[in-house]
Ligand binder design. Structure first.
Ligand code: FES
Length: 294
């Protein structure tokens, strides 16, 4: 396995972290308020995960401070850059807590391999924040502490990127369905109406794209079946409401999506679910994936 990949994969196998990982999850569940506040931390109102967007603040300010510190050494009269670098370090410290809070909210629903990696990512960032904080009171050693903090944060940030890209913690898990279903150009036959159970969601497919299909009498509604959060099977979830307000709740972590527009109404998902248009003709159900909500 390539060196970088095996280096960043290592924390996912550190089972000694499991007691801490469990405690961190249980504590987040107890301390972080549910409902709207938790939704805000996940990024639900923005339709985008909040944690990676927030992470730009401590990263941007600390890297800017690092550049000023380098310039202070290289440029004649650069000592004057110490004050703005210190201000940027203070901004890094101030933005760490809300960034960590958003990450902690996302952490709760990750599986154990992801959680172990997230614990090491968080520990690295905690060390970085400690060094940045110490730099605010350090006098002549301030530049050294700021730089050390930013280097540690760089490693922790790279691990966070690995967690997102390699371990798929955070990305939209349903993005591919529109393309798998043929790009929504035409309606596809997904089977006889009479084969669908009344009032209970069932899985049907357009090609390789799974759909969650709900029959009520002679009408049918559907939504893509792979939850945008972490890929849970929506057709195993609970249906609520009627008409345009009908929703399905993911059985894995409780994200609730509206059939009509894919909107996330509750739970940890921040990305709306790709929607499906349906028709019934000659006793057959026709469907097409309309696409990711925009
Ligand atoms: S997979 Fe997490 S809410 Fe659906």
């Amino acid at each position: 396995m390539p060196f970088l990949s095996s280096l960043f994969d290592a924390p996912s196998r550190w089972t000694k972290l499991d007691p801490l990982a469990s405690r961190a999850g249980a504590t987040a569940d107890r301390l972080l308020p549910g409902g709207r506040v938790r939704g805000l931390l996940h990024g639900r109102p923005a339709g985008h995960p909040l944690h990676p967007a927030m992470a730009m603040l401590p990263v941007g300010t600390s890297v800017s401070a690092l550049l000023l510190d380098v310039a202070a050494v290289l440029v004649p009269g650069g000592a004057a850059l110490g004050a703005p670098a210190r201000g940027l370090a203070a901004a890094s410290v101030a933005t760490v807590a809300p960034t960590a809070l958003a990450g902690w909210a996302d952490y709760v629903d990750l599986h154990r391999d992801q959680q172990r990696t997230a614990i090491v990512h968080a520990a690295g960032n905690a060390v970085a924040a400690t060094l940045w904080t110490a730099s605010l009171f350090a006098g002549r050693r301030a530049r050294l502490l700021r730089t050390a903090g930013t280097l540690v944060a760089g490693g922790a940030g790279a691990l966070g990127g690995h967690l997102a890209y390699r371990w798929a913690a955070g990305p939209n898990h349903a993005e591919h369905l529109f393309h798998l279903a043929g790009g929504g150009e035409e309606f596809s036959d997904v089977g006889p109406l009479d084969d669908l159970p009344e009032g209970r969601p069932a899985q049907r497919r357009i090609g390789d794209a799974p759909l969650c299909v709900l029959r009520r009498g002679g009408s049918v509604m559907a939504i893509t079946d792979t939850c945008t959060h972490l890929g849970g099977p929506l057709h195993e979830g609970e249906v609520k409401g009627t008409g345009e307000g009908t929703t399905i709740t993911c059985p894995w972590h409780g994200s609730e999506f509206r059939f009509s527009d894919g909107e996330v109404l509750d739970g940890p998902a921040s990305t709306p679910q790709p929607t499906v248009e349906t028709r019934v003709a000659d006793g057959r159900v026709l469907a097409r994936v309309v696409g990711p909500p925009r």
